[in-house]
Design a protein around this ligand. Structure first.
Ligand code: ATP
Ligand code: K
Ligand code: MG
Length: 671
């Protein structure tokens, strides 16, 4: 068993693994530490990660990228439509309002959900990990943006299940970063806590968190984000600049050609990276469209001017996080900048002026999320022993509960977990009912969510239950905001305290709905009004009530098992094609090796006619491999190899016999 952390970025995925000495980041087959977030369907097999990126230009319409943006989203959300416009694959609205991806594969039209595509990526990362560690893995921690809704979080869990992974926790990216930072930090101030702002600028989003560190303990004070601001928006600035310039200079409209747009966008991303290290950069694309070669040029300062609006937007979540942390700017000790999107020098400047200190880059910008997740996995896994360290995260959205009779909580607007509530967390609701009832969980403040996202979470049917009298009976509902940040009802029980007939409603029991708070899973505390209740416990009859949970969106168990089956089929096809490739390669190298040997080591062990026969057979096989045998099945390649071996084996064994004899003679002489 081993423990693993995955960072699923919109552009790159990183795998961290906890080892005895610390955390390692795994290399893929191409010896890279980052795996492109790409699933590409080729002629007969899928190519994922690095291989996917390589296959993308050949199969643009069946290559899926940016899937993280599509997970748990509605097809008709405006920002989803904005994203889809840039993506070359075909999509449509699914029956549940979600997104369906259509592509051609194995001579069939195939349809996948973003969750299935994410599962393919996760399965690929799992495979890299298992190959590296030479063992099976399942336990993992996966990083997620703090702004993910319950629907998106459940989608990640389902994708993981399809891939055969078991996430012990979905962890907010910035919390993982904070853990990786705090666990190794030893130079804490002698008194009080050390407050650090983490700013993570990725490919499509910006996340900020304020974290307070003390020895052995970290506490996230606030999360803030802009879910539509990242490196790709800076690419777009360059794209629009050059598209306009080329229209004037070369009279071409890049927007009218999907292929030209993809190529210009890719070149702009490269140019942006060059500008991070240089004061100016050229752009050259051969044959961009209408057989025209284009040339452009931009200075860093002009790029910064064009990006001024984007740069200004970075300060918005930074200010918000600071405000919500309750700290003043003087209380911030350090600002750490991570995420590869933050490599633009102007970003350092804006963060510097905002927090009045030079941001630091002590963490590995592209690996820190995966490292933190791997560490967390080691902490929650029962098989690993790591140093005691407490991670306290907070939840970025307010969560409310309503029943058929209106809001159920004593807090304003039915809020049960206000924004910033530490989690995991359990709270108790007390209601009075005499029949089956419904509860509805929702995000109670639309403005806290990314724009356009649904506020619905789940509905719960509680009951049926039997009460011994017509009056309403007390029902206690235990609500849990779990380790993944998903809210659920853990239990509901009927508290029948009329059983002795003599106890009247006490003052605490005035039919108002009430809430007991219970963060960090400690047990009920018998204090204040509750103390009275505990003392009467013996007279109380407690009875568990059945809860039927209905989540908005997501897959049914039936859909999930169908998706697992489909993934298995696709994986088997990939394995089959890989094996075919191996068999073909084996045949090819056998042809070359044997040809060499026939004219060297085997030379004196074969007759002329044998040599002639083998030679011409090798020649035929080689030609066949480049023509009719280019794309054959595994069995055909194996059969060819066997036939060749039948001819060569007698010669090989004569040679081996002679070698053995020579060796024995040498040994004898040496004695
Ligand atoms: P996300 O966190 O948004 O899901 P991600 O984790 O995959 O995505 P990162 O790998 O952190 O994102 O960052 C990718 C972005 O960083 C891309 O937009 C890329 O162009 C940009 N980038 C990488 N190197 C540089 C550089 N040297 N200068 C500027 N930008 C860069
Ligand atoms: K990443
Ligand atoms: Mg990232």
């Amino acid at each position: 068993m081993s423990v693993v952390g995955f960072d699923i970025g919109n552009e790159n995925c990183v795998i961290g693994v906890a080892k005895q000495r610390g955390i390692d980041v795994l290399l893929n087959d191409e010896s890279k530490r980052e795996n492109p977030t790409v699933v590409s369907f080729g002629e007969k097999q899928r190519f994922i990660g690095s291989a996917g990126a390589a296959s993308a230009t050949m199969h643009p319409k069946s290559t899926i990228s940016q899937v993280k943006r599509l997970i748990g989203r509605d097809f008709n959300e405006p920002s989803v439509q904005d994203d889809l416009r840039f993506l070359p694959f075909e999509t449509s609205e699914g029956p549940d309002g979600g997104i369906l991806i259509h592509l051609q594969y194995l001579n069939e039209k195939q349809t996948f959900t973003p969750v299935q595509i994410l599962a393919m990526l996760l399965a690929h990362l799992k495979q890299i990990t298992e190959k590296n560690l030479e063992m099976n893995i399942a336990d993992c921690v996966i990083g997620i943006p703090s702004y993910f809704t319950a629907l998106q979080r459940r989608a990640y869990l389902q994708a993981a299940e399809i891939a055969g992974l078991k996430p012990l926790r979905l962890m907010h990216d910035c919390t993982a970063i904070g853990l990786g930072y705090g666990i190794y930090k030893t130079d804490f101030p002698s008194k009080g806590s050390s407050n650090v702002v983490f700013v993570d600028i990725g490919h499509c989003d910006t996340q900020v968190a304020v974290v307070s560190f003390e020895p052995g303990h970290m506490k996230v004070l606030s999360h803030a984000f802009d879910s539509n601001l990242g490196g790709r928006d800076f690419d777009d600035v360059l794209f629009r600049y050059f598209a306009a310039q080329f229209k004037e200079q070369y009279k071409i409209d890049v927007y009218s050609s999907a292929r030209a747009s993809i190529r210009l966008r890719a070149s702009c991303e490269k140019l942006k990276k060059v500008l991070s290290a240089n004061a100016e950069a050229p752009l050259n694309i051969e044959c961009l469209m209408e057989e025209k070669d284009v040339k452009g040029f931009i200075k860093r300062e002009d790029f910064e001017k064009l990006s001024s609006e984007l740069l200004e937007r970075i300060s918005v979540p930074c200010r918000k996080a600071l405000l919500e942390s309750g700290l003043t700017i003087e209380k911030i000790h350090t600002v750490e900048l991570v995420g590869s999107g933050s490599r633009i020098p102007a970003i350092t400047k804006i963060i510097n002026s905002l927090f009045r200190k030079e941001p630091r880059r002590t963490l590995n910008a592209s690996e820190c999320v995966a490292r933190g997740c791997a560490f967390q996995c080691a902490m929650v896994s029962p098989i690993f022993r790591v140093k005691e360290y407490e991670v306290q995260d907070c939840f970025p959205f307010s969560i409310g509960f309503a029943s058929d009779e209106g809001p159920v909580c004593t807090l304003a607007d039915g809020v049960l977990f206000p924004k910033g509530n530490p989690f995991p967390s359990t709270k108790m609701l007390t209601l009075h009912r005499n029949d089956i009832f419904h509860l509805e969980a929702f995000y109670s403040n639309r403005n806290e969510l990314p724009s356009g996202v649904s506020t619905r979470i789940s509905s719960f049917k509680i009951g049926p239950f039997r009460v011994s009298h017509v009056e309403k009976t007390k029902i206690k509902v235990k609500v849990h905001l779990n380790l993944h940040g998903i809210v659920t009802i853990e239990s509901a029980s009927l508290i029948d305290d009329h059983s002795d007939g003599s106890t009247l409603n006490n003052s605490n029991d005035n039919h108002s709905e009430n809430v007991e708070q219970n963060n960090h899973e400690s047990s009920d505390k018998a204090n204040g009004a509750f103390g009275h209740e505990i003392r009467r416990l013996k007279a109380i009859r407690r009875q568990d009530i059945f809860i039927d949970e209905n989540d908005y969106g997501g897959m049914t168990p039936d859909e999930l098992s169908k998706a697992q089956e489909k993934e298995l089929q696709l994986a088997q096809q990939d394995i089959k094609m890989e094996r075919t490739k191996d068999k073909k390669n084996a045949l090819e190298s056998y042809v070359y090796e044997t040809r060499n040997k026939i004219f060297s080591s085997y030379r004196s062990f074969a007759t002329d006619s044998e040599k002639e026969g083998i030679s011409s057979n090798l020649q035929h096989t080689e030609e066949w491999l480049y023509e009719d045998g280019e794309d054959e099945s595994e069995i055909v390649y194996s059969k060819k190899l066997e036939d060749l071996k039948k001819m060569v084996d007698p010669i090989e064994s004569r040679y081996n016999d002679e070698e053995a004899r020579a060796l024995a003679t040498r040994n004898l002489l040496n004695c």
